[in-house]
Design a binder for this molecule. Structure first.
Ligand code: H2U
Ligand code: ZN
Length: 358
């Protein structure tokens, strides 16, 4: 099969297809790459609701924190089971029409905000690996705490970075949403990984067998360290989408050893630095940890991993829109995953310096 002609690629994690149109990609890198001058932010912003000592929108005051700081989201998308809004007690059964067409059920959970650093002006890429390691430790501690609860089946750790991704504030922060039910993407990936085990003689999880394939050619690998591989997945949808996958079978982030937590911090530092260097901007993305549900089941099929979904395509100002055919039919890309990996592989792991003084 000629991969330089239009084709579709299968994503075994989600059981979905992506259309790849490489013949259109001759175009993107001929033009100049625009650079957007970035003004440095102050280290402390009195108007920022995440900076230490400041008052948040809900009225709470942040402590003078010096490391990673976690607080309950003041505008949570989920309410805890023991805290329904006053006067509202939902004891009624779930909604379901006899045909099963209309279905609704209550959802409860916890939403927290995780400030990565007290410094308003830094992003993950600019924190030291030791500081990112503290973020990893907090992710683990949060999952240990919430994962032990009977009313939590899944914990989604994520970061929306940049206005383009809808982040409300440039102060470096992520979020976690922990729910009673397993969310859609996780249910899909659980099915995909279960199907793989059921249909093969291999006892290795899907993503570990996948890593073996990728390591044979290296064409989609960006870098590896002792514990993790960072690559552009064969089935990537976003132009510079990547995954970080552990080399050992790890179902949940809480299973990481000390040295693997260092390895994850190292991978995050290096990946975010390369991203910033791609267009010499603070690179926008949605990033998150995918892991096995905390629903009391072993989930041997699961291999934890991280996804980076960046919207940028050609420059700091040209983004990819998932519209039209992609919304109605299936995702499509021009730049091939192999080309994207080559670009990312060629970038420095030393972050570009701002030209404008603070
Ligand atoms: P994003 O920038 O990723 O959207 O996250 C910011 C979150 O912070 C958002 O979920 C919460 C918002 O509800 N928030 C507070 O909890 N308190 C505030 O004072 C403002 C924002
Ligand atoms: Zn701030």
């Amino acid at each position: 099969m000629n991969l330089s002609l239009p084709h579709r690629r299968y994503n075994p994690l989600t059981d979905e297809w992506v259309l790849v149109s490489p013949q259109r990609a001759a175009r993107p890198w001929l033009g100049a790459v625009e650079k957007v001058p970035q003004a440095r932010r102050p280290a402390y912003d009195p108007a920022c609701y995440l900076c230490p000592g400041n008052t948040r929108a809900g009225g709470a005051v942040n402590p003078p924190y010096t490391g990673v700081f976690v607080f309950d989201n003041d505008f949570p998308a989920l309410l805890q089971p023991e805290h329904p809004p006053s006067g509202v007690e939902d004891q009624s059964p779930p909604e379901s029409s006899p045909s099963g067409i209309l279905k609704a059920e209550p959802e409860t959970g916890v939403c927290r905000v995780i400030c990565f650093s007290p410094r308003h002006d830094l992003t993950l890429a600019e924190l030291t690996t030791a500081q990112i390691r503290r973020v990893v430790d907090v992710w683990v501690a949060q999952c240990e705490e919430l994962g032990a609860r009977d009313d939590i089946a899944y914990i989604q750790l994520f970061e929306n970075k940049g206005e383009m991704m809808g982040a409300s504030n440039p102060h470096p922060h992520g979020q976690l949403w922990a729910t009673r039910h397993i969310p859609t993407e996780i249910a899909k990936e659980t099915r995909g990984q279960l199907n793989y085990l059921a249909s093969r003689h291999s006892h290795a999880p899907l993503l570990l067998d996948y890593l073996q394939i990728e390591r044979q050619t290296g064409q989609r690998i960006i870098f590896e360290n002792a514990h993790f591989v960072c690559l552009v997945p064969f089935w990537a949808i976003w132009p510079f989408e990547t995954m970080i996958v552990p080399k050992r079978h790890i179902r949940r982030i809480v299973e990481l050893t000390e040295s693997e937590r260092d390895g994850l911090a190292d991978a995050l530092k290096r990946m975010t630095t390369r991203y910033d260097n791609l267009f010499e901007v603070v690179f926008p993305y949605t990033m998150g940890v995918h892991q096995a549900p905390y629903d009391g089941q072993p989930h041997e099929e699961w291999q934890m991993h991280l996804h980076f979904y960046p919207p940028l395509l050609r420059s700091a100002t040209v983004r990819k829109f998932m519209v039209g055919y992609e919304m109605l039919a299936q995702p499509q890309r021009d730049l091939t995953p192999e080309q994207a990996a080559e670009r990312l592989r060629g970038l420095s792991e030393v972050r570009f310096a701002y030209s404008a003084p603070a």
